[in-house]
Structures are given as C-alpha cells and as structure tokens.
Design a protein around this ligand. Sequence first.
Ligand SMILES: Cc1cc2nc3c(=O)[nH]c(=O)nc-3n(C[C@H](O)[C@H](O)[C@H](O)COP(=O)(O)OP(=O)(O)OC[C@H]3O[C@@H](n4cnc5c(N)ncnc54)[C@H](O)[C@@H]3O)c2cc1C
Length: 378
Amino acid sequence: MRTFDSIVIGVGGMGSAAAYHLARRGQRVLGLEQFDIPHDFGSSHGITRIIRMAYAEGAGYIPLLRRAYELWRDLEAYSGERLLYLTGCVDAGAPDSATVRGSLATCRQFSLRHEVLNARSLHERFPGYRFPDSLEAVFQADGGILLPERCIINYAKAAEALGAEIHTRERVIGWDSSGHRIEVRTESAAYRARKLVITAGPWASQLCPLLRNLAVPERQVVLWAEPLRPELFQLGAFPVFNLEAPEGRFYGCPAYGSSGFKIGKYHHRRENVTPADMDRDIHAEDEAVLREGIRRYFPDADGPALGMTTCMFTNSPDEHFVLDTHPQTEDVCIAAGFSGHGFKFASVVGEIMTDLALDGGARYGEQIGMFRLARFTS
Ligand SMILES: Cc1cc2nc3c(=O)[nH]c(=O)nc-3n(C[C@H](O)[C@H](O)[C@H](O)COP(=O)(O)OP(=O)(O)OC[C@H]3O[C@@H](n4cnc5c(N)ncnc54)[C@H](O)[C@@H]3O)c2cc1C
C-alpha cells in the first residue's frame, strides 16, 4: 500500500488550495478527485465567482479575506495568469437591511474605503443598475471576480510542481484511522497517510457522517443573459452585486469575455438535494426566478439567455463555514459547509487546513474559532 504524508479528498475549490499549501510545507501529498479537474458537477464551476472585502456576513471574515486576496495574488504571480479582476462591489438593500447595515459596519470597523449611494446616484455612476428609491447601496472598490476553474487548475498544477500526486477519476469510498495512521480506500486502490484533509464540497457528509445536518447540499441555478446594452455590464463599468431585495437575495457579476451578465439568487427555489439525485436539467421556473431579478433591477441586461447551469451550495445551519479537526481524530481536518459564499476564501482555507493538519492551526487561532464544530453542540 502506498504511503503519503497527507491525503486530500476532493480536489475542487478548497482541496486544490489545500494540496498546494501542504506541498509547499514539504508534505508528500496525494490529492484524490472523483471527476476531472475542474468539472461541472460540484460547487466551483461557472466562469466567475464574486470576491468582496466589505462582508455583511460578519466582521470575523475580514482578516481571512485580507489573507485570501494576498494568496490569490501570490497564485497569479506563481502561475503567470490573471485570476482576480477588481470591478468594485455593490451591497444593496433597504437602508436597515442586514446586507447594507452589515456591509457598512465592516467598512467602518476595518476602515475600508466605501461610499453610500442612493438609487439615483448609483445609476448615474453605474448605469446598468436601476434600483427603486427604497434601496440603498454601499459601494466598495475592492470587490471583483475570480475565475474559479482557472484558480483550481493553477493550484492543482502548482501542487504537482511541488511534488504532489493528484489522481483524477478516482473516487474515495471510505477511510479509517487507527493510532496516527489513516487508511483511505478508493474504487481502485488503498493508501496510507499520517494526515487526511476532507474537502469534498456537497459530498462532505458521505465521507464524514457527522456533517449530515451541518453540510446540506442545495440546488442552485445561475443565468447568463446577453445584455441589451452590453457596454453597461462590462468588467470595469459594472460592479459585482449582492442585493437584498423584497423577492430575495440576488447576486451577480459583469460579463467576463463573451459570457454575458451573470445573475443568481441565494437559495434559488429552496431545494435540498443529494449530489447523485440532483435535477441538473433547467426548467422554465428556474429562469423565471432569475428573470424577475433582471427585469426589476437590471432591465438593460434583459436579453436572451446565453447559458444556464445548475450548481450546489452546501449549507451549514448558521451559514458560516466548518473549518476544524475531526472530533474523534485530530489527524483528520474538515473544510465544509461553505453555504454559497466560500470560493473567495479557497486560497486561505487551503492554508488554514494545512496549519490545522500540521500544527493544530496555531497561526489562525481565534480567527477560526467561529468556524469550529463545537458551536453546534455547545
Ligand atoms: C451557483 C453558485 C454561485 C456561487 N457564487 C459564489 C461567489 O460568487 N463567491 C463565492 O465566494 N462563493 C460562491 N459560491 C460558493 C462557492 O463556489 C463554494 O463555497 C465553493 O466552490 C465550495 O468549494 P468546495 O471545494 O467545498 O467544493 P467543490 O469545489 O465542489 O469541491 C469538492 C470536490 O470534492 C470532490 N469529491 C467529493 N467526494 C469525493 C470522493 N468521494 N472522492 C473523490 N473526490 C470527491 C468533488 O468531485 C469536488 O471536486 C457559489 C456557489 C454556487 C453553487
């Protein structure tokens, strides 16, 4: 049986970064991925992901975001490829909404450059936005997009360049730990390691049953529309957005290349799923949910659909991440439950998993306290 220092199960957003950071710390790493790298069946496909500094989800995320930006820039430098584009971010909603208040609070607490714009001034500045007067926006210039598939490819390649072995199309069917030895079984082989990192996205609870109610997959759909006025929705002219509207919370990105204006809605049609059984077809009801957001708030983008795809969130009960060691064995680390807002953190999550595996997470200490499993039991 072949032996490694560390095995990473799932080479998607988080796992590709973990494999890289572990290899960088001198570990002999095996990354096991059930599909190709990248692929369209999990949570990290779809051309673009939002990255933003103002973070209504909680002030505790800001130190991690700062490190995430740095590490994305490091990956760009290492790979020689542009992966992160700044275009600004609009957090919008009623003035007393959690999104506007939370975003403003983090801007003030961390001295992030920002402006508060009413619907009219937002439209004057970024004409693609046509909000009703009841909505207000916090504009923060550090928002932008990441190219998730390229990030994953580049992390996986960088890990391999540092000596990691990455196997695609090799599904893990189980693992055991005894003493300080982990055994991982796949459909075609078995391996040993001293450390195991589980970054299995929507499949997490299949490998870690304790996550059954803590990392619940949910079907999502995103739509790319061909704008009626393309110049208003270009990178640079149009900030990413996070809009808490009466109909729900929409998010979206400017057109990247020829992809069109992108829009999604958090929790889409509230369909919890299992990855194997998820309906991956697109229905008229799916488009209707997203067209409502386009017509009401971005009417100049309301052209034909250029593409639609399904994807999965993996929700924790409080929508904060799970970053921890396994309660039964500290040799196993878990990154799960990213609840629809994890990709931007993948770079720093890879580093956190490495620190947890190799020295108990000393560097991040209290910064990851809010992501520990114990919060669900205490
Ligand atoms: C529609 C949509 C839009 C989003 N928008 C944003 C956004 O704008 N900004 C943002 O920050 N976040 C966003 N997110 C969330 C973000 O994309 C996810 O939090 C992130 O991609 C999760 O990464 P992951 O590594 O946990 O999952 P994945 O990238 O899915 O990786 C898990 C990997 O594990 C593999 N795996 C699972 N089980 C096994 C096994 N048994 N054996 C081998 N391999 C296995 C899978 O095949 C997969 O490759 C969005 C998510 C969706 C669905």
